[in-house]
Each structure stands twice: as C-alpha cells, then as structure tokens.
Design a protein around this ligand. Structure first.
Ligand code: UDP
Ligand code: MG
Length: 341
C-alpha cells in the first residue's frame, strides 16, 4: 500500500472514531432469517479468521418474530467481537443498516445480507481494494441467480431511472453489499435525514471509489422480504429523496400542453374562419379535458410525494428504536447515543 493510501486509513480521520484495533466491521441486518443465520455466521467467521486481525460482526435484528434473535444472541467467537442489536420492531432494512453503521467500530465496514446471496468470501477482495487506497468498494451484480424475470427487469428499470433522474451517480446493479471506509461511514452517520435511501446515501459522500463485479447467488433458504409494493415504495423513496427532476418534468409538461392548446386554438380558428368548417365538438373536447385532467392529477400526485417526505422529515422521529444492544468485552461505550438514533 502506498504511503498516501496508508495515511488515508489512519484513525484520526474518523470523526467518531472509537476502536482503532478493529480492522473490519461486518454488518448483517436481518429479519426472520433463522433458516440461514447459522451458515451465514460460519462462513463469515471463516473469512474473518483468514484476515487474521481483529474484526467484529454487527448483527442487527430488524424486529424478527422467529428464532433469529435468540440464535444470534448465542453466537460467540473466540477471535472476533460480536455486537448484537435488536430494533424494537420491524423498521425496514434501511433503518437496520443505519443502526449497524452507527454501532460499527472498524476502520473498514462491510454490509452484507444474511441470506448468503452476497458471498462472504468476497470480503477478502474488497479489503484488498480498500488497502490499495479506495474508500468505497461497490459490488456490482453481474449475474443475479435465483431471481425471477420480473424482479430482474424491474430492478434494471429502476437503476436506469435513478441514473437518469439523480444528480449524483448511483451505480447500476449495486445493492447494499459494499465496503466503506470509516470516514465515509462517519459522514453517512452524520447526515440528519430520516428518509434513508441507503443506495443513494452510500453514493452521496463521493470519495475514492472502485467497483468489483460478482455473481449473486440464490437465497440459501427462506423467502425474500420484498414484495412488489415494498419495492415500489423504495423506488419512490429513492427518486424523491435524490432528485427534484420529476417536479421539473411536471413543469415542462405544463408548458408543453399549453403550447399544444395554443396551436390547436389557432388551427380551429383558421379552419372555421377561412374554410367555414364546423368544429368537431364532443370527441375533441373530451379528449382534451381528459388529457389535461390526467396531467394535472399526475403533477398533484408528484407534489404530494415530495410534501409527504417533508412531513416525515419535519416530525423528526428517530429512524429506529433499539430494544437491546449487546456489546462484547473490549468494546468501548459508543458516546452514549445508541439507545436511539
Ligand atoms: N431485511 C431486513 N429488514 C427487512 C427486510 C429485509 O433487515 O424489513 C434483511 C433480510 O433479512 C436480508 C436482507 O435484508 O438479510 C435482504 O433481504 P432479502 O433477501 O429479503 O432481499 P432481496 O435479496 O430479495 O432483495
Ligand atoms: Mg436476498
């Protein structure tokens, strides 16, 4: 590693730096994953053993109602620290990742799903890139095994839409599986917003980034927690929290329709005055009314989406509440702020 790259990784850069001994934190948010957690833990421990330095795993239970929480509470490791956080209810993956990032202490932080769709073994490669001086290692899905046609197509459409609408580049086909340097994590933790679209927040700080490609495995067991409506909600959240372009598009649509109306008016006037043609009444009228009505409704709906987000932000409620937080030995108190965000 070059001297510049190495100096980038020095502890003093981290704003809330807590535990310089911990090289890597692996954050695992989960919701009802009793079927996979044990295998996930075993594979993670194997990888962390290979790294051979002090690492920690941060398990975040997003309000599971199966045996997931007792299961992770029992997991103990001789070589690595384990933190277990339990949210007071199901707040959603974005909130669970936020909680994990706040609790993490490593100089590098990896986020990974519990269902082993993201192979833990790739953490070694990610760490290598980090050691070369990159602050963010995005993991781009080359192949998405085990996902249906609809999910793949809708995800591709979403990423295309986001890259067109968003002012900051949000990499396509990069999920939440990635490595972040401590200083990036600190910047994300310091962001006050409550609507946390993490794919956007991970991209927002910038810094030195690289992208590795990987083949996404099918889920080991259990079922996906995302249904169509949840994905649609996430897509709306992404668009409305990272772009105001839709509002601009509504304005442009307003200008375009008024220009069309003007052109139509001129055509009708010319036809009637110069050629004496009778105006086709009902069909043209109803078409115009319906068209204008739908443009207006769409624009009001769009405005509503943004006002709704403002409403949520204005209430200033915490992103999540912690019911339990178990840290193992050696871990220092995290500035007493972890009881809630
Ligand atoms: N997850 C979570 N809270 C939720 C939904 C999901 O913590 O409300 C976790 C889930 O347990 C898994 C990860 O987020 O570890 C990814 O979820 P899933 O596999 O269902 O998503 P997919 O891979 O199908 O997009
Ligand atoms: Mg999954």
């Amino acid at each position: 590693m070059s001297i510049i790259a190495l100096s980038n990784k020095l502890p003093q850069l981290g704003r809330h730096y807590q535990e310089p001994n911990i090289l890597l934190s692996v954050i695992v948010p989960f919701y009802n994953e009793e079927a996979v957690l044990l295998q996930c833990h075993q594979r993670l421990i194997k990888v962390l053993d290979e790294i051979g330095q002090q690492c920690e795993i941060v398990y975040v239970d997003d309000g599971s109602n199966d045996a997931s929480w007792p299961l992770v509470s029992q997991l103990k490791s001789q070589h690595h620290q384990i933190q277990t956080l339990s949210l007071s209810r199901n707040f959603g993956k974005e909130a669970a990742m936020t909680a994990g990032l706040k609790a993490s202490q490593g100089r590098a932080v990896v986020l990974i799903d519990a269902d082993l769709q993201d192979p833990p073994e790739l953490i070694l490669q990610m760490l290598e890139s980090w050691k070369q001086g990159f602050d963010v290692v995005d993991m781009q899905r080359r192949v998405r095994h085990g996902e249906g046609w609809f999910k793949r197509k809708s995800a591709a459409l979403f990423y295309k839409l986001m890259s067109y609408l968003s002012d900051i580049p949000i990499p396509e086909n990069v999920g939440d599986f990635r490595l972040l340097d401590r200083r990036v994590v600190d910047e994300i933790n310091a962001l006050p917003e409550k609507t946390r679209f993490m794919k956007g927040l991970f991209a927002w700080p910038g810094f030195k980034r690289t992208c590795l490609q990987f083949d996404r495995d099918p889920r080991l067991a259990g079922e996906t927690k995302w249904n169509f409506l949840k994905l649609l909600d996430l897509a709306f959240e992404g668009v409305s929290s990272f772009s105001i372009k839709p509002l601009r598009i509504a304005t442009v649509a307003g200008v375009m329709t008024s220009l069309c109306a003007l052109a139509m008016l001129i055509v009708i006037l010319v036809k009637t005055l110069m050629f004496g043609e009778a105006v086709a009444g009902y069909p043209s009228l109803i078409t115009v009314i319906l068209f204008l009505g739908s443009v207006q409704l769409l624009s009001i709906g769009l405005l509503g989406e943004y006002i709704g987000r403002l409403f949520i932000e204005a209430k200033q409620r915490p992103v999540y509440l912690l019911m339990e937080h178990n840290k193992q030995q050696k871990t220092k108190q995290v500035e007493g702020e972890l009881s809630c965000q």
